[in-house]
Design a protein. Structure first.
Length: 154
């Protein structure tokens, strides 16, 4: 059952991206709100990560299930007899607010905003929030399954 839930979580992460092709004109107001909020941050928060920290290529490295059991992507694929290339998930962030990705064989693109802690990615299918973690990784938790995908910078 855990394996099925993990596979479903991975599919859900990739599924939203399948709808992410093309532009989204509704992201400008959200970017303005996030930009204004970022400008109002206190000096104590100035040590937060910046777009420069986020810039570059990221790939999924770890899956954490709802019981907080972590497994590497390679080990997950090996344990479940899955070809790792079929679950390949990568993102590339630029400092100008664009994000592109390769998710389970499908290329996607969109925009993002970053407030030092939360990465808000906007695709045609919707808006998704990832967390920038203190250890320099980013993560996305699927609310339905409780599964978390952790991405590391290449």
């Amino acid at each position: 059952m855990k394996k099925l839930a993990l596979l479903l979580a991975l599919c859900m992460i990739g599924a939203f991206s399948l709808y992410g092709c093309g532009g989204n004109d509704t992201s400008a107001p959200e970017e303005s709100v996030v930009s204004e909020a970022a400008e109002d941050t206190s000096a104590a928060e100035s040590s937060q990560a910046t777009e420069a920290d986020l810039e570059g290529e990221w790939e999924i490295s770890t899956i954490i299930d709802a019981e907080n059991n972590a497994v590497s992507m390679e080990d997950y694929c090996a344990a479940n007899g899955v070809d790792a290339s079929t679950l390949d998930i990568k993102y590339a962030f630029t400092t100008d607010g664009n994000v592109s990705g390769f998710l389970m064989g499908v290329e996607v693109s969109g925009t993002y905003t970053f407030d030092g802690k939360t990465i808000t990615m906007v695709f045609d299918s919707g808006t998704y929030e990832y967390q920038y973690n203190e250890d320099g990784t980013i993560s996305y938790t699927d609310a339905a399954s409780g599964m978390t995908s952790v991405l590391t910078k290449k």
